[in-house]
Design a protein around this ligand. Sequence first.
Ligand code: C2E
Ligand code: CA
Ligand code: CA
Ligand code: CA
Length: 276
Amino acid sequence: AKADGRGIHRFYRAELLVGAQNRKALEDDLRHALAQNQFHLAYQPVVSTREERIVGYEALIRWEHPTRGAISPAEFIPVAEECGLIETIGEWVMRTACDEAARWPEGVRVAVNVSPIQFANPALPAIVTNALARSGIAPQRLELEITEGVFLDETASSDQMFKSLKAIGVRLALDDFGTGYSSLGYLKKAPFDKIKIDQSFVRGAAIAGNRNAAIIKAIVTLAETLGMETTAEGVELKDELALIRDLGCSHIQGYIYGKPARSEEVEKQLGNGGKA
Ligand code: C2E
Ligand code: CA
Ligand code: CA
Ligand code: CA
């Protein structure tokens, strides 16, 4: 058959149009989601490799849409970032995570994902300070997870933001490490307490001949030299767990230890001493 350039063109246009309509609908629904209490946070345990204890939880936003059901943050966070709603949603996440963590035993940390757009807002330190003050949790219990995206449009203000956040006393983690363009360069620029090794490196690492294990090892060595902790993300299998332990990651997060669950579940889990 002869290739029909216009046909292909029409096909793509129709696809784009449907995409745009879905997106517009999603955006409209997103605007009401906060007021209508459709969001909640789910917490996934972060376990210390050596003692096998839960040291904290990562807060992950969940959206229960009235007709579509659960929508993944991977789908709606980018939309919220583009339409400006991430500021309000992000502030809600920060407050809720601190409030809920205040009901957990002292010393159990909570990690909150911070979008590059929030990071670029000079009001972020005040938002963090406020969330800490109203919840009463110590700054060291709050960890902010920042992706390499914050370095993309680089300004002196990102240096100032890192200083302000460290001055508050919160911990900083570099999320999804290894997926950006210049991951190594970012390490020298900011005072991170932790590197989170992206799950794409963990996936398949335990298979013989796979190069990911060597990469993880190198990241761990680098992090140790710089005095940073490492969390391997997305550990699902026993083989992966054994390998990650051998490679020396200080912390592990993944379905093997627990899926994200509501704060009430976390309180129950911690009731038995936080044994993973
Ligand atoms: P992320 O920050 O890299 O979070 C880790 C993701 O991996 C979560 O997906 C988590 O449920 C998933 N995960 C954890 N363990 C495993 C495992 O063993 N196997 C597999 N296959 N997956 C695992 P989730 O909750 O769907 O979140 C996706 C992304 O959405 C997050 O990636 C983060 O970038 C973003 N996100 C989630 N909550 C928030 C939030 O409150 N604020 C912002 N700005 N972004 C958020
Ligand atoms: Ca994260
Ligand atoms: Ca991550
Ligand atoms: Ca990720």
